[in-house]
Design a protein around this ligand. Sequence first.
Ligand code: SAH
Ligand code: SF4
Length: 356
Amino acid sequence: MSKINIKDLCPEELEELVSSFGEEPYRARQIGKWIYRKDADSFDQMTDLPKRFKITLNDSLLLRQSLVPLNERLSSDGTKKYLFQLSDGNKIESVLIPENRRYTLCISTQVGCALGCTFCLTGRVGKMRNLKASEIVDQFLLVNNFNSGCITNLVFMGMGEPLDNLENTVRALKIFTHEDFVGISPKKITVSTSGLVPQIRELGKQVSVNLSVSLNAPLDELRNKIMPINRKYPIEELIKASRDFPMPNRKTLTFEYVLIKGLNDSDKVARTLGKLLKGISCKVNLIPFNEAFPLPYQSPGSERVFSFQDILISYGINARIRKNRGRDILGACGQLAANYPTAKGQTEQKITQGMN
Ligand code: SAH
Ligand code: SF4
């Protein structure tokens, strides 16, 4: 039988395993500190564990890095995009976004994505597979290491739909937030979803982190066209589940809204959105569409974006315009494709080369 990678286990699962070996549960926390705080890459380095226990660990578990870094690209705005190879040859990307003293890592949860939003390059790839918890957590461990431990915030907004890989997303979140493991405050972690309603409810039962919902249209008819998942979970149900979500203390729900020229960016649509969200405690992030070949849309001009924002503000909504970081390296929202073909005969690599 192949050995389990220890980083595929969340703190509770590791505690159970440790107990099944006849050891005290606190040993799991010791191991967690070694792996996630002290960067240990072998059980033999864990000097406070008994020798016989280390033999058991070596016999039954693997402690290894699951990702091979292939490439790092630096944007003119300081954003860095990383390309990693998984052990089966698949590839994923992560993006590090510096902003003042905050360093946010945008991590992937799947190779590709099954949900097929029409404006998203990852959706064009289709879903290859879910990432394991170790592959989610290792993105953080590697990028943090490459950048002198600077990461302060995490967003689950890279490749894939985190809630379509709920089990491993939850495992990774538990590893990230446990104070004896990575130990990042849940307030500094955001999970973004396109709106899988039952999974939003399930996530809320298991962890308390910030939730960001990619709304992108205030009417079912329009949302159905650009986000096929809306046909299964329409806007009303989505908003209800989002409002019920238990956010960490003093944090508010976020709605992401990608503004696409001539599609969902008119004043009329802004007023409909204003009415929909009026009175809901939330903020809205307006993201001007990031263009990437072969996506069939365009970004609206800044005047349109400001006008849309002003209308939302007139409804009492805290609407902000998100900066498009890392656009020049195809590292911005919706541009991640990890060199997979995104249309017949086209790869992101070719597209990128064409831009240089
Ligand atoms: N699957 C999750 C998280 C990954 S997508 C989700 O959909 O929320 C992260 C964000 O990128 C989402 O808010 C999505 O609406 C946005 N996005 C996708 N394609 C985009 C594009 N071309 N330009 C701007 N934002 C985009
Ligand atoms: Fe998947 Fe999110 Fe892209 Fe939609 S926007 S295809 S859910 S990654």
